[in-house]
Design a protein around this ligand. Structure first.
Ligand code: GLC
Length: 429
């Protein structure tokens, strides 16, 4: 009887203090909405756990979000429309600071000076508005890369292609050979769906063929020229030939799925696909490599600058704590973990000399120049209008890929619509 009483007493004590503890444990609840492509979600959850270990009074929840950058932007805009405090920290694309700045806090007001200097200067600049406010902390950077199958290049006696024409030719040769025993085999997979990812692919085609970057940093529209027409015609010819007919609906993960199954000779993708490519059963780690993307006949390779940053919502009820979380996420430990576990490129240059990072990702050292020289999309010069400009670009290009429109007509429309939208002059790159 006495034992039972003691047991009941201790149970109620546990319950009483237990509940009290839960409240005490989480003085603050923060929510971050992060990326979902590849292993981004898993590593964000891991980062949140690292933060919670150091800050036991804070609970961090990670929300999932759509893979498509456009859909993610729409989702964010609906939170902002409602001035919702539901999300404290947003993972934002490198092209969004101009468009979303009104919804985020100036991180300098929360002590960002202490942290910004260790990051790539060009990304910090990208994230700073004209009033000198820091809209977001750099989190990881991206650049378009060419993934290739070494074993297949060897089998057919080919080298890594350096021009788009070589890529087309080599993909065709490998495709013809492999299809004989594998009907699912494709030559080249990339991102051809009508969304932001297509704009990033097209920028690489145009810029590497001396066709400009759609709109120059000075605000000149440079889309309509023979070089771009030539590239668009070439790319349209890939659809249903060296690339699947369905490529016009492909995003990053669709391309990677085919590559991952060993069914593609070449893939255009971001660095995140590297660590996942080491895990496939379809080919050995030594059977694939990454290189700069090809260029036009007399051009230089161009990799689109991508990447994501962490920003704190104006509508957060815990701005101090949310900023602290953003600084932690952008810091050395989390960036190192995400680089080693998921090939998400650091924005801290010193991490490109870190043994563990380089052991997991030798390409980060070999292709360092590609990352620092990546070509930005015209988001700074278009500011608020960037998404609309990009949507004009990918919609017109998509219509060429699907055969609805010829390349010249599409470029003419693109020029007109961009002019309408921005009021910028037209010119040559
Ligand atoms: C990657 C890039 C991002 C880009 C997106 C397009 O996530 O980091 O900058 O907008 O791909 O799909």
């Amino acid at each position: 009887m006495k034992k039972l009483l003691i047991l009941m007493l201790s149970l109620s004590l546990v319950l009483f203090f237990g509940v009290g503890n839960v409240q005490a444990e989480y003085d603050v609840e923060l929510t971050i909405i992060g990326g979902a492509v590849g292993e981004e979600f898993e590593t964000t959850v891991r980062a949140a756990e690292m933060y919670m270990e150091e800050n036991p009074n804070v609970h961090v929840e990670v929300l999932d979000s759509p893979d498509s950058a456009d859909e993610r932007l729409s989702l964010y805009l609906s939170f902002f429309e409602a001035e919702s405090p539901e999300v404290d920290v947003y993972q934002i694309d490198v092209i969004w600071p101009g468009e979303l700045e009104d919804h985020f806090l100036d991180l300098y007001e929360y002590g960002a000076e202490e942290y910004v200097d260790m990051h790539f200067e060009h990304i910090v600049e990208n994230n700073t508005n004209i009033d000198g406010e820091l809209i977001a902390m750099p989190w990881f950077t991206d650049a378009g890369l060419l993934y290739y199958r070494k074993d297949l290049l060897d089998k057919y006696g080919l080298d890594v292609p350096e021009t788009w024409a070589e890529l087309e030719e080599y993909a065709g040769i490998i495709l013809d050979g492999e299809r004989e025993h594998n009907p699912d085999f494709e030559g080249f997979v990339w991102q051809g769906s009508a969304y932001e990812g297509l704009t990033t692919n097209v920028l690489e085609w145009f810029a590497s063929n001396q066709g400009g970057t759609f709109i120059s940093p000075e605000g000149v529209i440079t889309v309509l020229n023979e070089r771009n027409q030539e590239m668009l015609e070439m790319a349209a010819g890939w659809v249903g030939d060296i690339s699947p007919a369905g490529i016009t609906a492909f995003m990053e993960e669709d391309a990677r799925a085919i590559w991952h199954d060993g069914n593609a000779a070449f893939m255009r993708n971001w660095p995140y696909a590297y660590s996942l490519s080491l895990e496939t059963d379809a080919f050995e780690p030594e059977d694939f490599g990454v290189a700069p993307l090809p260029a036009g006949e007399d051009g230089e390779p161009a990799a689109t600058l991508g990447g994501w940053n962490v920003a704190v919502s104006q509508y957060s009820e815990h701005p101090e704590e949310a900023a602290d979380l953003a600084f932690f996420l952008a810091g050395w430990d989390v960036q190192k973990m995400r680089a080693t576990d998921a090939s998400l490129n650091p924005t801290i240059p010193e991490l490109y000399e870190d043994e563990d990072v380089l052991e997991a990702n030798p390409f980060m050292e070999e292709l360092f120049d590609v990352f620092v020289n990546a070509v930005p999309r015209p988001s700074t010069v278009t500011g608020d209008n960037y998404s609309a400009a990009s949507s004009i670009i990918y919609t017109e290009v998509h219509s060429v890929l699907t055969g609805e429109q010829d390349a010249l007509t599409a470029l003419e429309y693109m020029e007109l619509e961009l002019q309408d939208l921005t009021g910028f002059e037209i010119g040559q790159p």
